[in-house]
Design a protein around this ligand. Structure first.
Ligand code: BGC
Length: 787
């Protein structure tokens, strides 16, 4: 077995059936904690959890006592005071030792046979930070991540509800659904005893092969920022701290611990950083996680420009910066650059924020005021989010049936109908023979790997697929598309074929009334997909089946974009992403027209790798220790902006998504609201069935150049009965009409004419357009007009 790379484990050969997936893993720390993939169960039972349970029970008592104690004795517990006042009061009551305990995080699982889980941490959790019971301040219990309550590798994973992938949620273009999903996973985190959820991944998709794209929100700063902000608001509605991550420009997994992301400040502020800025403004997350990579030569977690400069000074972030697990490289530099908490110190070379920090403060290398500020920020987040008043306890009730429906609703609205020739879908009733092929569609839907993996409550229906160790195991959510299809076609013969032999699968498909072939691509944290092609000979499978039966419908369970050499032969293609706990049901409901698809692509699907800014992925997955730079020469021209700029025709453009009905746009008019550009227009459902549409507003400058010909400036999700119309009004964030000027730290809108396009997607040739004239305007770093 090749020695590979990850923050968590050595991983073995990785394949779904027996595929040689060439992937990049990162640094080797080397734990190999095999997880019996079928193990599940709601509670993490046993001895391991006892200490954590006891601590949580004690904390609940403390919180109760604290509430009763006269606020005069512990005034920081007076919830009527503002969070910053409370943080200052609590800080003032602390010893130096207590202060230091807040800035050092412990991993919640045994690590690399070197260290043991901190006894007070919840078993197989991401982390633990000791509280100060004396002062009524609870410990912090951390869990991943954006798809739900994850479990670190261990023998008895927590079974919890998984949302569909982040890209799927983003593909809904419906912030209300993202909020509901966030509220649901946050409630499961709380019921599981966690008060910090490491969720809110908003790294822009610059690299379609990135193995973590499924955790993120696509390629556009406005869309990604709006959707992740809504999710974080939902999570924090449970009185938890959410974590916006990974700050910043952590755009590929290959070489993530060593790579140097090179991008100029201006481009960064108009792309990756803008997505983070939108999230911060809209959702006010309690914490931010700095990333593994370097940015312009300096590690993100000791990057003064990024942490002190952009985040804290320019944007006024009031919460705390925690490191990613294994992302700290120094004590003094990191502390001075703005890192507030070392996470899971076991992943770093040393307890940089332990004794070393104590010493650095004692000898003056790190000012006492800096340590105080770190602690103040952590306390501020705890008070501001209500963590102190609402103590968590493990073992809370979870309504899995209800939560699964929340996930399913998200999946249903996020699936994207890419192609539907001759109205092949929805499937017609009366089909006598339906053939379902491939991707274990008889038993479940695929999940992505790594720290964000949420284990199914009912166990993994397809155990044993490699990698068995982190970022594996490969897990399927036991929501069977086959059974859901059978349930909707009681009069039909529904046959399943595993698809391993394309010739046999094609034979099975011959003459059927409907053929649904599932194709999949497993990726996970610490690795990237080797190419944009589907792995495991699945292109040959789809091609053979489509040749045998022209009615073939393809369902894709992939992290992100893949190539489709068989596209012309297929009748319909549904992008189902990683579909989560109710995914099989969601797929069947769309196939049969119980749900009208309304997902739209949050990322461009390229026609070939040669169209990308980096046709070949940088770095060497086999040699993860060698430092290298990634030159983000495309700057702010990310995704569709790059394709526009270069005149590339994608396979499917950003924003694309079909419906079983049709929509028309009219009456596009411009106006103004509080000095901001406003647009009004009418959307009409011109078809025969109800449906949801996503009108997209793009703006293109006429007399000058931006980083790309146009930008997404606004969108709306509109639900319309057949024949119905709705007037929509959207207001444009002025930063989306401006260029950022690094020197003056201002956004500048140039006076002149701009074309406004009301479009179905980024390549819509039939977009409605008007021209608007904008006056010159200068805005501060946060997009507020300068007086
Ligand atoms: C990931 C983070 C995660 C952390 C804790 C890291 O490997 O990059 O996203 O929150 O582990 O599990």
């Amino acid at each position: 077995m090749e020695q590979v790379a990850s923050a968590r484990s050595a991983a073995g050969p990785r394949h779904l059936h027996a595929r040689p997936v060439a992937i990049a893993l990162a640094l080797a720390f080397g734990i190999a904690a095999a997880v019996p993939a079928s193990a599940a169960g709601q509670a993490l039972a046993g001895q391991a959890g006892q200490a954590a349970l006891a601590e949580q029970a004690e904390q609940a008592k403390q919180a109760e006592r604290a509430k009763q104690a006269a606020p005069a004795a512990r005034p920081w517990l007076d919830a009527a005071l503002p969070a910053d006042r409370r943080a200052a009061l609590a800080l003032a009551a602390m010893t130096q030792e207590e202060k230091l305990s807040w800035v050092l995080g412990h991993f919640g699982s045994d690590f690399a046979n070197k260290t043991k889980r901190h006894p007070a941490a919840l078993p197989y959790s991401a982390g633990y930070i000791a509280g100060v019971p004396r002062l009524g301040l609870p410990a912090l219990f951390e869990t991943d991540a954006g798809l739900g309550v994850a479990t670190q590798a261990g023998p008895t994973p927590r079974g919890r509800t998984s949302l569909p992938s982040g890209l799927a949620t983003t593909a809904t273009w419906n912030p209300a659904l993202a909020y509901q999903g966030g509220a649901m996973i946050g409630s499961e985190a709380r019921a599981s005893g966690f008060n910090v959820m490491l969720a809110g991944g908003v790294n822009l998709q610059r690299e379609p092969r990135n193995g973590r794209n499924f955790e993120y929100a696509g390629e556009d700063p406005l869309l990604a920022g709006s959707m992740v902000a809504a999710q974080i608001k939902g999570i924090q509605s449970n009185h938890l701290i959410a974590t916006m991550k990974h700050f910043a420009v952590n755009a590929q997994e290959t070489g993530r611990f060593v790579l140097d992301a090179r991008i100029d400040d201006t481009s960064n502020r108009m792309s990756d950083l803008l997505a983070f800025q939108f999230v911060l403004e809209q959702a006010n997350p309690g914490s931010v996680m700095c990333s593994y990579n370097r940015l312009n030569g300096v590690y993100a977690c000791e990057n003064d420009y990024l942490l002190n400069g952009v985040l804290k000074k320019d944007w006024g972030f009031k919460g705390y910066v925690m490191s990613d697990w294994g992302a700290v490289h120094s004590t003094v530099e990191a502390a001075k650059a703005g890192l507030d908490q070392q996470s899971g110190w076991e992943f770093d070379k040393s307890q940089y924020f332990g004794g070393a920090l104590e010493e650095a403060v004692a000898n003056g290398h790190v000012p006492q005021a800096r340590l105080d500020d770190m602690v103040y920020r952590i306390l501020w987040a705890m008070f501001d989010k209500g963590v102190v008043e609402n103590p968590v306890a493990e073992g809370g009730a979870i309504d899995f049936a209800a939560n699964r429906l929340v996930s399913q609703a998200d999946a249903e609205e996020g699936m994207v109908l890419l192609k539907n020739a001759n109205s092949t879908l929805p499937l017609k009733s009366g089909a006598r023979k339906i053939v379902v092929i491939g991707a274990h569609a008889d038993v479940g839907v695929l999940a992505g790997g790594g720290s964000s993996l949420v284990y199914p409550v009912e166990g993994n229906p397809v155990p044993g697929i490699e990698p068995l160790t982190w970022p594996g195991p490969v897990v399927y959510h036991p929501s069977s598309p086959l059974k859901a299809i059978q349930a909707r076609a009681p009069g039909a013969q529904v046959i399943y074929h595993d698809g391993l032999d394309p010739v046999a699968a094609a034979k099975a498909a011959e003459g059927a009334d409907a053929v649904i072939v599932f194709a999949q691509q497993w990726v996970g944290e610490a690795l990237d997909a080797v190419s944009l092609a589907l792995p495991d000979n699945q292109d040959a499978l789809v091609a053979a089946v489509a040749k045998a039966n022209p009615k073939t419908v393809v369902v894709l369970e992939t992290s992100g974009p893949v190539l489709m050499p068989w596209l012309d032969q297929s009748a319909a293609v549904l992008q189902a992403w990683y579909a989560g706990s109710g995914g099989g049901e969601a797929i069947a409901r769309i196939l049969f027209g119980e749900v009208n698809p309304s997902g739209h692509l949050p990322a461009t699907f390229p026609a070939s790798a040669s169209q990308l800014p980096r046709p070949v992925l940088d770095g060497d997955p086999k040699n993860e220790k060698v430092r290298f730079a990634v030159d983000y020469h495309e700057g702010a021209a990310v995704g569709y902006k790059w394709f526009d700029l270069k005149g590339h025709k994608p396979l499917f453009p950003f924003g694309h998504g079909l419906s079983y009905t049709t929509f028309a746009y009219s009456d596009l008019k411009s106006g103004q609201q509080d000095g901001k550009l406003q647009l009004r227009f009418k959307v009409t459902n011109t078809g025969a069935v109800a449906g949801k549409d996503v009108p997209q507003v793009y703006v293109a400058p006429l007399g000058m150049k931006w980083e790309a010909p146009k930008r997404l400036a606004a969108f709306e999700k509109v639900d319309l009965a057949p024949g119905a119309s709705r007037e929509v009004t959207v207001t444009i964030d002025p930063r989306l009409l401006a260029l950022y000027d690094s020197r003056s730290k201002t956004w500048r809108i140039a006076a002149g004419s701009y074309k406004v396009l009301l479009a179905h997607d980024a390549a819509d040739a039939g977009a409605r357009t008007i021209t608007v004239k904008l006056p010159k305007q200068v805005l501060n770093v946060n997009g507020k007009p300068l007086k």
